[in-house]
Design a protein around this ligand. Structure first.
Ligand code: ZN
Length: 322
């Protein structure tokens, strides 16, 4: 299997044998046009194929909304793929079956496999809040593949506007994302001249997430307050997911998870105080395990699942899907 992870800054490709990476390559994402991006993706993939073997199928994770059956990109905010029939286009280029899904969905699949768990909720805390749900060992997608947008569940109807491509206010993304933290840190810094955070304002008059984290690590009380609020909202969100999905595992990934020592314990405590006890007793909350290869591994697993399902359906139509 070939797994492809398309990110806003780089495209990574790996040849996979189950969870094992046999060969890999990456190069910067070309953002000038969709055809240039796909040319770059194909070149990277050819490089990996040359070091391994012709793949049976290709799985692709993209940071976009995907209509799963057709593999058409519905919307794509940071990379030029909106409206592109990605599955068809890549199928033509590679000559093998291609499966395309949202990157958070394939990351959740990778985590589920790494943890040997069939019921999992993954939250990806980065610039925004992404997420994926695995149930019965398979990715939950909703009717058209656009489902499980875990970051856009409302916590407060009159909360701050959602920083994502979303008309709502008070979404989880409006509280638990990098953008939300930067917004709050900047606001506090402007209101409190002379504070540690005010000294961290950059030339654009903003406090970066990194500066906020450093201030919190140094024991600054304002930064601690903001991360405490972040942790509390994250715990409220986790309690909701536990109650709805009853997962065995909730995993937290994404760039912000590197600062988990500043918020995870508090979030877990909050979730425990709110979730229904019978469900909460049976869940484990932890950091994601996948590391930098989770995206390519999850994409490869997606292709593996789909090929296995097709084979099962062809060979034993009366026995349903395995
Ligand atoms: Zn939203």
């Amino acid at each position: 299997m070939l797994g492809v992870d398309v990110g806003g800054t780089k495209v990574a490709v790996a040849a996979l044998n189950g969870l094992d990476v046999v060969a890999r390559a990456e190069r910067p994402t070309v953002l000038t046009s969709s055809s240039a991006l796909l040319d770059g993706l194909e070149q990277t993939a050819r490089e990996v194929i040359a070091q391994s073997a012709e793949p049976i199928a290709v799985g692709v994770g993209v940071p976009s909304q995907i209509e799963y059956d057709t593999g058409r990109v519905e919307t794509s905010v940071n990379i030029p793929l909106t409206g592109v029939a990605l599955r068809e286009e890549l199928g033509r280029r590679f000559g093998v079956p291609v499966f395309v899904d949202n990157d958070a969905n394939v990351a959740a699949l990778a985590e589920a496999r790494l943890l040997s768990c069939d019921e999992l909720v993954m939250l990806t805390l980065g610039t925004g809040v992404g997420g994926g749900v695995v149930t019965g060992g398979r990715i939950f997608r909703g009717a058209n593949g656009l489902g499980a947008e875990l970051g856009h569940f409302t916590l407060m109807p009159d909360g701050p506007p959602c920083p994502g491509n979303c008309p709502n206010s008070g979404c989880i993304e409006a509280y638990c994302s990098g953008q939300a933290l930067e917004r709050d840190a900047t606001e506090l810094a402007r209101d409190k001249p002379g504070s540690r955070l005010a000294a961290a304002l950059d030339k654009d008059g903003r406090v970066s997430g990194r500066e906020l984290v450093t201030a919190a690590e140094e024991g600054d009380s304002d930064a601690g307050l903001l991360l405490g609020r972040f942790a509390r909202m994250l715990g409220v969100a986790i309690a909701g997911y536990v109650n709805v999905f009853q997962p065995e595992r909730v995993v937290i990934g994404g760039g912000l998870s590197r600062a988990s020592h500043l918020f995870l314990d508090r979030a877990v405590q909050e979730a425990g105080a709110r979730a229904l006890p019978a469900l909460y007793r049976r869940v484990e909350i932890s950091l994601a395990q996948g590391g930098p290869d989770a995206g390519v591994i999850g994409a490869g697993l997606l292709a593996e699942h789909e090929i296995r399902n097709t084979e099962t359906a062809t060979q034993a139509p009366t026995q349903g899907t395995a």
